[in-house]
Design a protein around this ligand. Structure first.
Ligand SMILES: *[C@@H]1O[C@H](CO)[C@@H](O)[C@H](O)[C@H]1NC(C)=O
Ligand SMILES: *[C@@H]1O[C@H](CO)[C@@H](O)[C@H](O)[C@H]1NC(C)=O
Length: 309
């Protein structure tokens, strides 16, 4: 069963790079120290979304039981809403203020459905009103729709209290896709949001990617680790499934379990790079999903090994 799934995924990821994808153009320049620090900092918020202590105890500090969010733990945070397993989808995450760094952070995760999503090849799109001709993945949109009221209210409330705080949305994997939709939704109602995603799948069509890439209402940083399979999905098939990624891509060139420095991140203008390694999906600056035993277990089963790295 696991093998069948992996083969289906391999076939699909092959399809996505067959014929359509432009050759990968890696610029020589690496990221600035400032960008590097932001990429590694917001990864920690994405990691915190996996930790159970941040899923249903609103009005508390953000912590990570697996000690993979030290910089976030060092900040003065207080969650405004925490949510878990919304009714139909498994949208889980939180909105928090970070008074140390003057931020309002939205962090999402979506782990339960990751294998269902990939194995069922559920790549259906639907129209969305955020931008003209935009279409997004139905399942990710449903996740966002379920939590949007609580999230938008929390952000608006926090902005009223802290008007100079910057709003940032972040998430890993399917959580990155939901964070992407959250950023678009907030930008549409005139709230500037910076977006940081890690190992996110594609969430919508070309128009959608273009809308998210425009910087009028905030920057978008899409981080992909070498060989990560998930960002190659869904496959991009013109007309039928015109999935596209927000560009550019911030591409981490180091292996699993290796510390990342600014020199290890390349800016890939037309990136849709990734590969066939499921384990590398879980290594972004650190073991991003460490707080979630379930996702680790699923990945171990998929790769047929007891150890991830
Ligand atoms: C949220 O945390 C509680 C423990 O506080 C845990 O029992 C529950 O499974 C968690 N929910 C999710 C979706 O992780
Ligand atoms: C969090 O979830 C756990 C398990 O689902 C539950 O036992 C606990 O009461 C919840 N805590 C709050 C504050 O809702």
């Amino acid at each position: 069963m696991a093998i069948t799934k992996s083969l289906a995924l391999l076939a699909l990821s092959g399809l996505s790079s067959f014929g359509f994808a432009a050759p990968l153009e890696v610029r020589d320049d690496t990221v600035s120290t400032d960008v590097f620090e932001k990429l590694s900092f917001f990864e920690q918020y994405a990691a915190a979304a996996y930790c159970q202590e941040n899923n249903n105890s609103t009005d508390t500090k953000v912590t990570c039981s697996e000690k993979n969010c030290d910089s976030v733990e060092a900040a003065d945070t207080n969650t405004l809403t925490e949510f878990e397993n919304s009714k139909k989808t498994d949208a889980t995450g939180f909105v928090t203020t970070d008074s140390t760094n003057k931020l309002i952070v939205l962090a999402f995760r979506g782990s339960k459905s990751i294998d269902n999503w990939a194995a069922n090849l559920d790549f259906q799109m639907e129209d969305v009103s955020f931008c003209s001709d935009c279409r997004v993945h139905s399942g990710f949109l449903e996740s966002w729709n379920e939590v949007q009221d609580g999230v938008i209210n929390a952000v608006k409330g926090a902005q009223a209290e802290f008007p100079d705080f910057k709003v940032v949305a972040t998430g890993h994997s399917l959580g990155g896709a939901v964070a992407t939709i959250a950023a678009a939704a907030l930008r549409t109602i005139d709230i500037s949001v910076d977006l940081y995603t890690y190992g996110a799948p594609k969430s919508g069509n070309d128009e959608w990617a273009e809308f998210l890439g425009s910087t009028d209402k905030g920057m978008s940083f899409r981080v992909v680790h070498k060989h990560d399979l998930i960002p190659t999905l869904p496959p991009s098939i013109p007309f039928f499934m015109p999935y596209a990624h927000v560009q550019p891509e911030y591409y981490i060139t180091t292996d699993n379990n290796v510390e990342v420095t600014a020199n290890d991140i390349k800016v890939v203008p037309d990136g849709d790079d990734g590969g066939i390694d499921i384990a590398s999906h879980l290594w972004y600056f650190n073991h991003i999903s460490a707080c979630d035993g379930l996702i680790d277990m699923k990945v171990k089963r998929m790769i047929g090994s007891d150890s991830l790295w």
